[in-house]
Design a protein around this ligand. Structure first.
Ligand code: FES
Length: 110
């Protein structure tokens, strides 16, 4: 697994997110109120809304454009909506964050 450093967890506010640009597209990295981190594509499956600008609640984010709710764990739309975004492996090592680029390349090749 090729772990790529993306900065410190303290760069992301609790219940917030930041957008990370990678060779494989924009990734939204979220930090929940419980200090868990998740990484998913920064494109809402409904209409490409920037999920990193959405509202984080529990382990989900509400898209800022039309309020779809996306699970940060599975990348799937919750409730009656259907669709999903790619999730990425993310690791928190003493406050330093890493995402798995190999996983991304494999997903991109599918
Ligand atoms: S683009 Fe996200 S809900 Fe429409």
């Amino acid at each position: 697994m090729n772990w790529h450093p993306i900065g410190d967890v303290s760069d992301i506010p609790l219940r917030g997110a930041r957008c990370v640009k990678t060779p494989h597209g924009k990734i939204a990295v979220f930090r929940t109120a419980e200090n868990e981190v998740f990484a998913i594509d920064d494109h809402c499956p409904h209409g490409n809304g920037p999920l990193s600008q959405g509202i984080v609640h529990g382990k989900a984010v509400t898209c800022p454009l039309h309020n779809w709710v996306i699970s940060l764990e599975t990348g799937k739309a919750l409730g009656a909506d259907e669709g999903e975004v790619r999730t990425l492996c993310i690791r928190n090592e003493d406050g330093k964050l890493f995402i798995a680029l190999e996983t991304m390349m494999m997903a991109a090749a599918e």
